[in-house]
Design a protein around this ligand. Structure first.
Ligand code: NAD
Length: 728
């Protein structure tokens, strides 16, 4: 765990070396070993000073998320954290100089341990980063980070590190004063040791700035005019951005405000309470499960069929050089893979490549890419109309128009050229893969790779396994997704797959609320307050109301009698067929988009969807609002409907085996449509509520709003057994 040695000059070296891991992490075990080593060094009269360092390529990666995610005993956790604080204060006041030497990154708890040393020196390692990523997982830097950082570098400089999880390079860490020196790679230990030797020779007692007489917080404390102004603005900005959904940044701000108004020891005690509260909160549990472990497993291809050899890609065929084709070509070329970009005319194919060129030029202009790198990327994309150019492709991806006949035609033409073991993937957003595979002569090699728009930016790919798709095709497709740096989730074939189906319920519920006469401004604001990135009506405009209408018509035609009409179908039909309001790209939908000005709700909505329901907080029960509104809806009720509509559909996807695992729903929702991570995901949210509570809520909603909220058997059964989708 730790290597301990003392040299002839009496300098002890404490070297973190976590067994069987590539990174050092902090948990009960490693902190226990650290405490033992430091206490030994402090107590040993032969030891004059201490150098703290690492045997790995980085210093310390941070706290052990498995341990934090599993912690459920608040009192025990608080006691342990208070113990860490006591230990670190003992080191600061122990009378022996302690220096930390960073060979690589020091993040989270790792950086905090170092802030509890008297001196910090970093190697000039371009890969090294310094910061506190805790907030991104619903936590705070709870080993003194919220207290020592602003005392060292001031509240203003500390804010982006603590509250946004910003990571900085060594040069910037030096500039803001987080570290004392940057030296040549390999010289960091020597430099730390030299500082310790000099400090010993000076004979002065080593002290942290906050333990010296007359200490003042750089830039002013919370009760100075500067500090007041900064904290007030930070508080307002935080609320505007998060709608109070994320307790971590708020608690960090509280730690800074309350902790810096007092001495460091009281400040640390304050931090320990806020930290314990966050570690115990369902928000951090949700974020750790979905954003860290779920994402990590997806990126490591945890569900990839193991027996298939890993496929390396050198050439990919892209059919259709439209919006999606161009984006997919971009990320493929960026992964070092050659792309044949095929369309019906040379002009259309060239247009796809021109799109890539335009996007990359922006990177070059911003200094994020060199012209040579851009030229190399462009050289990998070959625009063409000739199917013969597809020869040698390991995979062909189709992103032509969403028409079965056209997709069938390009499948046949491509398969005539590519080798027998090449994969054919469709980027269809709505057409079931098993049906499309009928056009293929080798349906085992046929698969769905559903990208999101804009494809060059969006991190998720939904992989759809058709009835005939082989394990080998699945495994090799996952290798491609990994090669282009995206995160895959694997789902079984079904109408709308997983993402479109569940995401669609959010938009539909917003449209149902509109039909009921709820004010549209309230509906979209409720979406934002629920944590979604965009309100449901604004989102319908982005997706295009016309497309929603078309998909409904197609589904209705396919299902015939079995189709159950929804309020959203009527709203979409009215907007498109009657009012000609097709969505953003067609000039306007639920919103108007004036040139040069911000969008605003279309005033015609008031006439065509008259308000019948008043907002609970704005009117008195029974007293009509604006003439007709007598029914009342509260913000909480709207939020509940917008969120549970997604959850119940996700459970249906699990029950119908469209989803293979609950975590796929949660990772897919967060990456695919920006589902709020604090809820964990549509399934994670039910887990947070507790399944018995979720069941009650769904039964209540079914009574008032109909069968779309009806709780699936799977949920009933789990709730009856007192179980959940995830371990408690
Ligand atoms: P698009 O209209 O921008 O591009 C389609 C391209 O295909 C056009 O350039 C067209 O010329 C070309 N094309 C048409 N017929 C062809 C043929 N026979 N051979 C070769 N090329 C042909 O459409 P898009 O938005 O890029 O969507 C393409 C596919 O991706 C559709 O299946 C769509 O459902 C799916 N998709 C779209 C999105 C999205 O948000 N736009 C998201 C996921 C999936």
């Amino acid at each position: 765990m730790l290597n301990y040695s003392v040299d002839a000059d009496g300098i002890a070296t404490v070297e973190f070396d976590y067994p069987n891991k590539s990174q050092n992490i902090l948990n009960a075990g490693s902190m226990g070993a650290y405490a033992e080593a430091m206490q030994k060094a402090l107590a040993d009269p032969a030891v004059k000073g201490i150098v703290l360092t690492s045997a790995k390529k980085d210093f310390i990666a941070g706290g052990d998320l498995a341990e934090l995610g599993a912690a459920t005993d608040a009192a025990a956790f608080h006691a342990a954290i208070s113990g860490w604080h006591k230990l670190m204060r003992g080191i600061e006041l122990g009378g022996k100089p302690v220096a930390a030497a960073f060979n690589g990154s020091a993040l989270g708890g790792g950086l905090e341990l170092a802030l509890g040393c008297h001196y910090r020196v970093a190697a000039d390692n371009p890969k090294a980063r310094f910061g506190f990523p805790e907030v991104t997982l619903g936590l705070l830097p709870g080993a003194g980070g919220t207290q020592r950082t602003p005392r060292l570098i001031g509240m203003q400089a500390a804010a982006p590190l603590l509250m946004e999880g910003k990571r900085i390079k060594a040069a910037e860490a030096l500039k803001v004063g987080l570290i004392h020196a940057v030296v040549k790679v390999g010289d960091e230990r020597t430099a730390a040791r030299q500082w310790v030797l000099d400090a010993v020779a000076s004979g002065a007692k080593p002290l942290q700035p906050w333990d010296t007489k007359g200490f003042r917080i750089p830039g002013g404390g919370p009760n100075t005019p500067n500090g007041m102004q900064m904290l007030m603005a930070a508080n307002a900005m935080l609320r505007e951005k998060t709608y109070d959904n994320y307790p971590a940044p708020k608690h960090i701000l509280s730690c800074v405000y309350e902790g810096l108004a007092t001495n460091i020891d009281t400040g640390l005690a304050i931090e320990a309470r806020y930290f314990t509260h966050l570690v115990m909160s369902p928000v951090s549990k949700n974020m750790i499960r979905s954003l860290f472990f779920g994402m990590q497993d997806a990126n490591k291809l945890g569900s990839r069929p193991k027996h298939v050899a890993v496929q390396k890609y050198s050439k990919i065929g892209m059919l259709g050089a439209g919006m999606m084709g161009a984006g997919i070509a971009m990320c493929t070329a960026q992964a070092g893979i050659a792309v044949v970009l095929l369309d019906t005319t040379q002009e259309a194919a060239d247009k796809g490549k021109a799109y890539a060129s335009k996007q990359w030029s922006k990177q070059v202009a911003k200094g994020r890419m060199t012209q040579e790198a851009m030229d190399a990327l462009l050289a990998r994309i070959h625009p063409t109309t000739d199917y013969a150019d597809l020869a040698g492709c390991e995979m062909v991806i189709e992103a032509v128009f969403e028409k079965r006949e056209i997709k069938a035609e390009v499948t046949k033409k491509a398969e005539a050229v590519i080798s027998a073991d090449a994969i054919f993937a469709s980027n269809t957003s709505t057409l079931p893969i098993t049906g499309l595979a009928q056009a293929s002569v080798r349906p085992a090699n046929f698969i769905g790779l559903h990208f999101f728009s804009p494809a060059e930016k969006m991190p998720l790919v939904e992989i759809i396994v058709g009835k005939a798709t082989s394990d080998e095709t699945l495994a090799r497709s996952m290798d491609y997704v990994r090669a282009i740096g995206k995160t895959p989730i694997v789902v079984n074939d079904s109408r709308g797959f997983f993402t479109s189906r569940v995401f669609g319920t959010y938009v539909s519920e917003g449209m149902a609320l509109l039909e009921e006469g709820v004010p549209p401004a309230l509906i979209d604001k409720a979406g934002l307050i629920a944590g979604m990135p965009v309100g449901p009506l604004a989102l319908a405009d982005e997706v295009s109301i016309e497309l929603i209408h078309k998909v409904t018509q197609q589904t209705r035609a396919d299902l015939g009698e079995a189709y159950v009409e929804r309020a959203a179908d009527r709203v979409a039909a009215k907007m498109v067929a009657e009012l000609g309001r097709l969505g953003r790209k067609s000039g306007g939908g639920f919103y108007d988009y004036p040139a040069g000005g911000p969008k605003h709700l279309w005033p015609g909505l008031a006439e065509h969807f008259p308000q019948k329901v008043g907002a609970g907080s704005l009117c008195v029960p029974g007293i009509p609002l604006r003439g007709q509104a007598t029914a009342i809806v509260t913000l909480e009720q709207i939020v509940e409907r917008l969120i549970l509509a997604q959850s119940v559909e996700a459970v249906r996807c699990l029950e119908e085996h469209v989803l293979r695992a609950p975590i796929d729903a949660d990772v897919g929702a967060i990456l695919g449509w920006g589902y709020p991570p604090f809820r964990g995901g549509p399934i994670g949210w039910l887990h947070s509520l507790g399944l018995a509570n979720a069941l009650d809520a769904l039964e209540r909603l079914t009574k008032t709003h109909g069968a779309r909220f009806a709780p699936p058997e799977l949920l009933r059964n789990l709730a009856a057994k007192g179980e959940s989708f995830y371990p408690a």
